[in-house]
Design a protein around this ligand. Structure first.
Ligand code: 13P
Length: 250
């Protein structure tokens, strides 16, 4: 039995990976893998496969886009809109991922606007924040994540449709996971920030999940931390290990 205050949440961010053929294997372990009812599971395929994956998965697994723009239509070549994400049946969108920030140069301001637009359209948002290695080493972790979160919070009216993902950039795809204590420390800081700047009840209800080299071996120790409400998984979400990670709350 789960005694968690907040429902455990595990997201699978497939990033720019997959083909119709390789996705078959992922759909198979997701549908046949005995995922706990105590976990809310969301997978984020590339936008080209969103509708296909939504149609193939049972309803207990939600689907997220990995990004969307801040407008619903118009001359924005290469972008997809919040209303398109909704139209193809996806319920969630990941915004502010460090790869969007650091590879594609998205600013805090733009990400905040995108969060507002996605929520306005009725989507739920996995809102990502996290510091770079140089920022951690120079003692700026809290100020960086606080600034990133504040930029998004300014556009959030309904926190029940937001999950915060803390993903330290130095832990993403590197095999260098934050220790459970390092994750807990930042999560507790973020929860306090919510309490001080939004409200106590929002701080108690909002899920804060961890991302960065989460795997089948380290997921339980991370999940055991009081302020870690799940994980956002990259590489391991393409493998059957994802089912183990989704069940790490048990
Ligand atoms: P990895 O699990 O591959 O480190 O990626 C984490 C991530 O960026 C999830 O959004």
């Amino acid at each position: 039995m789960s005694v968690r205050e907040r429902k455990f949440f595990v997201g699978g961010n497939w990033k720019m990976n997959g083909s119709y053929e390789s996705i078959e294997a992922i759909l198979k372990f997701l549908t046949e893998g005995n995922i706990s009812h105590d976990t809310e599971v969301v997978v984020a395929p590339p936008s080209a496969y969103l509708a296909h994956v939504r149609q193939k998965l049972p309803n207990n697994i939600s689907v997220a886009a990995q990004n969307c723009y801040k407008c619903n239509k118009g001359a924005f070549t290469g972008e997809i809109s919040p209303s398109m994400v909704k139209d193809v049946g996806a319920e969630w969108v990941i915004l502010g991922h460090s790869e969007r920030r650091n590879v594609f140069g998205e600013s805090n301001e733009l990400i905040g606007e995108k969060v507002g637009a996605a929520l306005e359209e009725g989507l739920k948002v996995i809102a990502c924040i996290g510091e770079k290695l140089s920022e951690r080493e120079s003692g700026q972790t809290n100020s960086v994540v606080q600034e990133q979160l504040a930029a998004m919070a300014a556009h959030i009216k309904d926190w029940s449709r937001v999950v915060i993902a803390y993903e330290p950039v130095w832990a993403i795809g590197t095999g260098r996971t934050a220790t459970p204590e390092q994750a807990q420390e930042v999560h507790a800081f973020l929860r306090k920030w919510l309490s001080d700047n939004v409200s106590l009840s929002i701080s108690q209800q909002t899920r804060i999940i961890y991302g960065g080299s989460v795997n089948a071996a380290n997921c339980r120790d991370l999940a055991a931390q009081g302020d870690v409400d799940g994980s956002l998984v990259g590489g391991a979400s393409l493998k059957p290990d994802f089912v183990t990670i989704a069940n790490a709350c048990q």
